[in-house]
Structures are given as C-alpha cells and as structure tokens.
Design a protein around this ligand. Structure first.
Ligand SMILES: *Cc1c(COP(=O)(O)O)cnc(C)c1O
Length: 336
C-alpha cells in the first residue's frame, strides 16, 4: 500500500504520543494499558476526525470546492473539527445537527462543541432526531449549487473510503511507534461509531500484516449492524487503496454492550470511567464515545478478557469538548 498516492493536507500534529497509563493499569491489576493520544491531533482541541479530514479536505480542494457541508449529532466532534478545517482552508461551512438525544439542556444545545462550531463561523442548523441526514445534506448542496457555490459533502463522521485513510495512516504510525518502543501490542481498543476509525485501523493493520486485532466498543448500533458497517467500509477502503479482497469478516469485532439507553445518553459506567481516568491519569475522556469505550475496556479487563502479561492500547479518539455539554450529569461535588 502507498498512502502517498492519495492527496492529503496537513492538519494534525503527528505522530500523536503513545503513552503508558501506569496508575490505571496498577489499579485494575490486568494487562499493561497504553493510550494513543489522538485527542492531541491539534486542530480545534484534537480528535480522530482530524486524521480523516487530512484526506477529505485534500479531496475537496482537488474538486474545486469552496463550501463544506457535513452532519452529526448536536454535540458532534466531527462537525467541530470540520468547521475548524473549513476556517483554515478559507471555505464556507454548513453543519446540519441532528437532535438524537431530545435534550433541552442549554449547555447541551449551545455549549461544548456547538459553541466552537459557531466560533469557527460555521452556519449551524438543526434537524429532528431520525431525519434522513444524507438527504438533508443533498438538499442543502443542491440549494447552494443553485446559488453558484461549489459544495463538498462530507458524510457523518467523515466515514467513507477517503476519510478512513486517516486511520490506515494511524495504523502505520502506531506500528512504527510500537516497533521503536519494543512494544508488542496484543489488542487495540477504541470507541466505534460511524465506523471509519475501525475500518481504517483494520484495513491498515491487515495490509501491514501486523496480526494486531482491533476491538471496537460500540456507542450506537447493535453488534451485528456495527460489525457489518465496519466490515463494508474496511473492504471499500482496502479496495480504494488497490489492495483487493484482503479483509475477512472475522477481522471485524465490536462489543456493543456499553451503549446504555442510546447514543449520547449517559450511563453509570461511562461516568465512572470518565471520572476514574481523570483522577488516575489526568486525562479527559468524553461522555459520548471515549467514556463508553473506556467503560468497555475497564469492564473487559476486570472480566479477564486480556492476558495479564500483555500490552493493550486504547485509542483516545478525543471529544473532551463534549464534557461541557453535559455539566450536570457528571455528578461532581460543589464547593466545600
Ligand atoms: C467520531 C468519534 C468516534 C468514533 O469514530 P468513528 O470513526 O465515527 O467510528 C470516537 N470517539 C470520538 C471522540 C469521536 O468524535
């Protein structure tokens, strides 16, 4: 595989650090836990979408776009990072935010990621939960074309074969880092949503012949659907890179037991994980993705899913801006 064949702009601070979580590992008494700091990708306080946007932004430029359209949930980290990219490229940005949680909390609706979307100058509009967001984006694109603009539509989460190249690149980066550190990675764990992160990692690790399994912790869909989405996109990504039919169905594993009542809705396990990692490692997770992903990882460590004497890497995919959309749900002490 040759990533340099694909147009790319530089947006992210790379490589992101791969660090030990010493206190958390000790506390849990399981395998050695490591964290790949993709919350430190730099653009707009960081996150995994920035890696995807390096390829998507380049594609937008190649196609002569002057306007970016994308969609996500109200507290979408993808929308926030996309708005920052558009600002940096001097493009107009339109964000369609789907009300997936029904929350009327002003912090959820205006603070956190939404505050930053507006700060970057994006045009933000809402759609009801369950709306056909792909069609909504197409309708908007058509209207903008009639106004003489050249819109480039990025799917939710930046998850298509172009965006997923960002995580093929992350697989390459992680393998190189692990090699230089003498780290024999047993498993990579991360929160999986729109599937691009896991698809890119699976395709990348497979193409490199690394044998490293990836475990996605679901945040929305049930297991069958999540795995199928990741598998389809991993295949399309490998195909886009000219690698042919290298992905097997068994390469894709998701555990969707930590979603709780639904996407973007809090769970006690998420709150415990966010609090524990803040207090043992000084690291900020987020309520929607990495908090649930870490809840999954911690639970699996406690259940003995990983070998004691092994190294497990959690990919921190970002999202801490979302904490400010959930101020009252974290159950924190007041002043004493
Ligand atoms: C989008 C996102 C994910 C999930 O990545 P996908 O590529 O959509 O599966 C995980 N964590 C955070 C913080 C995200 O914003």
């Amino acid at each position: 595989m040759n990533l340099a064949r694909h147009p790319r702009i530089s947006l992210a601070h790379l490589p992101t650090p791969l660090e030990p979580m010493k206190r958390l590992s000790e506390l849990l008494g399981g395998p050695r836990l490591w964290i790949k700091r993709d919350d430190c990708t730099g653009l707009s306080s960081g996150g995994n979408k920035t890696r995807k946007l390096e390829f998507l932004g380049a594609d937008a430029i190649t196609r002569g776009a002057d306007t970016i359209i994308t969609q996500g949930a109200t507290q979408s980290n993808h929308a926030r990072q996309t708005a920052a990219m558009a600002a940096k490229l001097g493009m107009e940005c339109h964000l369609l935010l789907e009300d997936r949680t029904g929350s009327d909390d002003p912090s959820y609706n205006l603070n956190g990621n939404v505050l930053l979307d507006r700060l970057y100058g994006a045009t933000v509009s809402k759609r009801p939960g369950g709306a056909d967001m792909t069609m909504e984006m197409e309708k908007l694109a058509e209207r903008l074309r009639q106004d003489g603009r050249k819109p480039y539509v990025i799917p939710g989460g930046g998850s298509n074969p172009v965006g997923a190249l960002g995580y093929v690149n992350a697989a390459l980066e992680m393998l190189y880092q692990a090699g230089t550190m003498g780290l024999n990675i047993a498993t990579v764990v991360h929160a999986t949503g729109s599937a691009g992160t896991q698809a890119g990692l699976v395709a990348g690790f497979k193409a490199l012949g690394s044998g490293i399994p990836v475990l996605g912790i679901g945040v929305r869909a049930p297991r069958d659907r999540q795995e199928q989405n990741v598998f389809d996109l991993a295949q399309r990504t490998a195909d886009h890179m000219g690698l042919g039919d290298i992905i097997e169905r068994s390469d894709v594993v998701a555990d969707c037991d930590y979603v709780g009542p639904g996407y973007g809705l809090t769970t006690p396990g998420m709150i415990d994980a966010v609090t524990l990692v803040a207090r043992t490692e000084g690291i900020l997770l987020d309520p929607v993705y990495t908090g649930k992903g870490m809840d999954g990882l911690i639970s699996l460590v406690r259940k003995g899913r990983f070998k004691q004497d092994s190294d497990v890497v959690f990919v921190h995919t970002g999202g801490s801006a979302g904490l400010f959309g959930y101020p009252d749900q974290l159950d924190l002490p007041g002043y004493i």
